[in-house]
Design a protein around this ligand. Sequence first.
Ligand SMILES: [Zn+2]
Length: 231
Amino acid sequence: MRFRETLPRARLRLIEGFSVRVDNDAKSAALAEALWGAGVGYHIVFYATLGTGIGTGVIFDKRIYHGRTGSATEGGHMTIDYRGPRCNCGKRGCIEALACGTTIAARARARLAESGAAWSKLLDLAAGNLDQVHAETVGEAFRLGDSLATAVLEETADLLTIWLGNMIDFLEPEVILLGGGVSDLMTAFFGRMRENLPRWCINPFCGEIPLLRAKYGHEAGIAGAAALCRI
Ligand SMILES: [Zn+2]
């Protein structure tokens, strides 16, 4: 593997008797999904974990695609809006900065502050404290029928749809798998995403690509580690 040497790997090698494999967590989780999870039976798997950040991995025929140095498939840092908020990576408007859990909570807090929506269930759930509005709170309020929470999640779904349209046009995977805590919130919007995808994708067959929940939830990390060490 042309994975550029990393410090942890160099250190771990000093532990005699151990064979060490190191890789990115999202890429490893993608491999686990392709081998044993929701990606079984597909040759080209695009996986994304949506959480406090957005990590992605691409698997071709049960092998991780690494690029030249191991730095490829940082799909979470694809810019969707160049005037958008600054991402942790330094760029502006990455999908991670627009649709991660932290941003969902921040957008909900901003809308609450702007509208003074005292009727929103979000405020009830947060005991009136805006600082206590988290992505999970938005999800809970949505399930209770809160319109502000619904609007925030619909907007997130639309941003993710634009992003996935780009991904399909570039990669044309056989399946798209979404994992991570935010994907739990977004499951109810998968239908909306499928419906709107053709607006953001020139691939005439984009509707044929399954958009599925990943199999591994909180176990994605350990499943990924196991996948790396399977041989
Ligand atoms: Zn970024």
